[in-house]
Design a binder for this molecule. Structure first.
Ligand SMILES: C[S@@+](CC[C@H](N)C(=O)[O-])C[C@H]1O[C@@H](n2cnc3c(N)ncnc32)[C@H](O)[C@@H]1O
Length: 380
């Protein structure tokens, strides 16, 4: 018997999402093929054995997939919903032998999907009640259990499935919705905000992204990213030939460098390197003190150039962590990104952790985060 995984991605990126899960599953000897609804941000990865879908979501970390926002093992695909008794139809399709810790009502990330959200909100109340009656919901506060996803293609059709709370996005549809800060000079600001919230664990934000730190923002004009750094109390070197917003310059936290970001070097780049031992016994170089805490880069250029920038900065020990956008070329997006991430990991993977995600506020670009894996003694 076959099985499948349902995956969400940015509408228009279904092929990349499908190619990536196919590739990752193949790396653990699970083979399959994908189908997708064009521009709906929905991909189905079909595998041949009944437990293959479960094995994939057990063995692959969602956070390691670049193009997938959310995923679940499909339980019932495209269940037809009658005009009345929709709840009963859903309960019947689910069967009542399993229990779930939570229910997520989801829909396409499209304009039509937005219209469905009211319908879903209304239906959620009786559906939850019915699940409770059938003893299908675990006690409140069960954070390890399975999450039931109900993905409404329309008001007439739903796909049902489950994910595990410890390996899925905590956000409905895998989308972190952020409020645009009116004081920011550009909408790009949300990309960096989302990147910090995605890549820096909640309990480490106070120490890793905090006031008094030094940051460099490459390709900074007009200042949406610099705004996020300033907001977090950092002192920022903003590099761009274009102008920076007056409001940011007035904070006294920003120094504007009108020059090529790829040529910018921080002051005092002499680094004292320490040898650190990884848990596997391997010795790796780690800078004792970096001149810069955070380097961020939103320059629109070839992704190969920005990937090289990451490698250079980390090899030279110029910053502790970086967030860099790689703009996606028009074709072969997945292959290019796979190649570039492999190159970055090959060059600095022994002493750096490399993560990448196509964030909700990213457009035709992905965001890469890199940090040294071994903590410094006096890690802030
Ligand atoms: C997408 S915009 C950056 C927007 C900015 N992150 C914000 O939030 O307001 C890209 C910027 O990169 C700048 N740029 C392009 N090539 C550059 C280079 N080689 N060095 C520095 N800046 C560059 C452009 O002038 C442009 O302002």
């Amino acid at each position: 018997m076959s099985s499948s995984i349902t995956l969400y991605c940015r509408p228009g990126y279904e092929k990349e999402c499908g190619a990536e899960i196919q590739d990752r599953a193949a790396s653990i000897d699970i083979f399959g093929y994908f189908t997708f609804d064009k521009n709906q941000g929905l991909v189905t990865f079909n595998v041949y054995q009944a437990d293959d879908a479960e094995r994939v979501i057990q063995k692959v970390r969602l956070s390691s997939l670049v193009f997938t926002r959310q995923w679940f093992v499909t339980l019932a695909s495209q269940v037809a919903l009658p005009d009345y008794n929709r709840v009963e139809a859903i309960i019947e399709a689910l069967g009542s032998e399993w229990q779930y810790a939570d229910l997520r009502m989801e829909m396409p990330d499209t304009n039509e999907g937005k219209e469905l959200s009211k319908f879903c909100r209304k239906l959620a109340v009786p559906l939850r009640q019915a699940m409770r009656q059938h003893n299908m919901l675990t006690k409140k506060g069960d954070t390890d259990g399975a999450i039931l996803h109900a993905y409404f293609h329309s008001g007439k059709e739903v796909t049902l499935g489950y994910s595990y709370a410890n390996n899925s996005s905590e956000h409905a549809m895998g989308i972190m919705r952020l409020k645009f800060p009116n004081q920011s000079p550009s909408r790009s600001t949300l990309k960096l905000d989302e990147a910090f919230l995605t890549f820096v664990e909640k309990d480490e934000r106070d120490t890793r992204v905090t006031s008094g730190m030094k940051a460099v923002d490459l390709g900074a004009s007009p200042g949406g990213w610099t705004y996020q750094l300033v907001r977090r109390g950092m002192m920022v070197s903003s590099v761009d030939n274009g102008p920076m917003a007056e409001s940011l310059m007035e904070t006294g936290q920003v120094k504007h460098f009108q020059m090529d970001g790829y040529k910018f070097t921080p002051n005092k780049p002499q680094i004292h390197w320490l040898e650190k031992k990884l848990s596997n016994g391997q010795m790796v170089p780690v800078p004792d003190q970096t001149p810069i805490d955070w380097m961020v880069c939103d320059i629109i250029d070839k992704p190969q150039r920005s990937a090289k920038l990451i490698i250079d900065w980390m090899q030279k020990g110029w910053c502790r962590e970086c967030i860099v956008n790689l703009k996606l070329p028009m074709s072969k997006k997945f292959e290019t990104i796979k190649e570039l991430l492999a190159k970055i990991r090959e060059e600095i993977g022994d002493f750096c952790k490399v993560q990448a995600k196509h964030l909700y506020y990213d457009r035709d670009e992905i965001t890469v985060h890199v940090r040294y894996v071994v903590k410094r003694e006096n890690n802030r």
